[in-house]
Design a protein around this ligand. Structure first.
Ligand code: OGA
Ligand code: NI
Length: 333
């Protein structure tokens, strides 16, 4: 059985984390002088809508600043996450599971039951909406965990809805089109902890993947870099911009936009000097939502994807490993 990494110090990289030579990160080829777009949400919509349109078509990623979530809260979330992974091993082992159907789970790597090579990551996954339903199942330690994380969840949801409105407009749809199409959206969170790694060039924190949900809002460690985004066949490093949030299009918005917006491959690498944290918030269609390319967009280009329920998609996603083909390829019309 795979074990949590964050319960001890590692002097060497165990064999089961070593990628075959052809699949390693190749740090020297990563682009560091190109940036994903930064969008200031304080600007007028006349400015932001075309910026969002360009970012979602060309990168599938952008960062937002002046997004309305106080930086102080972002720092508190990071601090409580560090504290969580610093809890005694016995405390964390109580929460450990490798069953991906569990709604609260502390786990490691990605999908240890399916994968042949493990990833240098521990993670805590939570369901976050509605809060009253799920919060009682969250970890009760550290003391402030539930309070800080639930406050952040509310803020993130608000920001997410605002972004979905802007993305609808940038697609030429009614402002509430996406919100309506996705139904009562679920909200999930992954608190990712990437320990210091003795041999970062041989492994990943998270290998290349696309996010299966609709929209992802990522709070990155303000000091330690590690996120890479694929653009035109090259990996671009997304260096931390303190106070900013990284936004990316998930598979469901690629489908809904009929392929105009891209759910782009991205990965997390690790390093030998520092541990790294990130907190990913995922907005997801309701399970029963029927996802289909917006009719207005299929008038120009015929539907690229067939209609499917999110339930069907999500089950397919978790039945596979990461670094296979894009899951959406299996839903082409
Ligand atoms: C994710 C993800 C990137 C990171 O959790 O889906 O892509 O930098 N995380 O941790
Ligand atoms: Ni991701």
């Amino acid at each position: 059985m795979a074990e949590l990494l964050s319960t001890k110090i590692h002097e060497t990289l165990p064999e089961k984390y070593v990628r075959p030579e052809t699949q390693r990160p190749l740090f020297s080829e990563v682009i560091t002088d190109t940036k994903i777009p930064i969008i200031d949400l304080n600007s007028s919509v006349d400015q932001t809508i075309p910026q969002i349109d360009h970012a979602c078509q060309s990168y599938g990623f952008f960062q937002v600043v002046n997004h309305g979530i106080p930086e102080e809260l972002l720092l508190k979330v990071m601090a409580i996450a560090i504290e969580f992974f610093g809890l005694p091993a016995e405390e964390k082992e109580k929460l450990y599971t490798d069953d991906p159907t569990k709604k609260v789970r502390l786990s490691t790597s990605f999908n240890v039951r399916k994968e042949t090579v493990h990833n240098w990551r521990d993670y805590l996954r939570l369901h976050c909406y509605p809060l009253e339903k799920f919060m009682p199942e969250w970890p009760s330690k550290p003391d402030l965990f539930q309070e800080v994380i639930s406050t952040y969840c509310k803020e993130v949801r608000q920001l997410g809805m605002r972004l979905l409105g802007a993305i609808s407009l940038s697609l030429g749809l009614e402002e509430d089109y996406i919100k309506e199409a996705l139904g009562e959206q679920e909200q999930h969170m992954a608190v990712n902890f990437y320990p210091q790694c003795p041999e970062p060039e041989l492994t990943y924190g998270l290998p290349a993947h696309t996010d299966p949900n609709a929209l992802t809002i990522l709070l990155q460690d303000p000091e330690v870099a590690g996120l890479h985004v694929l653009k035109d066949g090259k990996w671009i490093a997304v260096d931390p911009l303190p106070g900013a949030l990284v936004i990316n299009i998930g598979d469901q918005l690629q489908a809904l936009s009929n392929g105009r917006y891209k759910s782009v491959w991205h990965r997390a690498v690790v390093n030998c000097n520092n541990e790294r944290l990130s907190v990913a918030s995922f907005l997801c269609p309701s399970n029963s939502a029927l996802v289909s390319p917006a009719k207005k967009l299929t008038e120009i280009t015929p539907p690229v994807y067939r209609d499917y329920t999110y339930d069907e998609y999500y089950k397919k996603f978790w039945s596979r490993n990461l670094d296979q083909e894009h899951c959406l390829e299996l839903f082409k019309s």
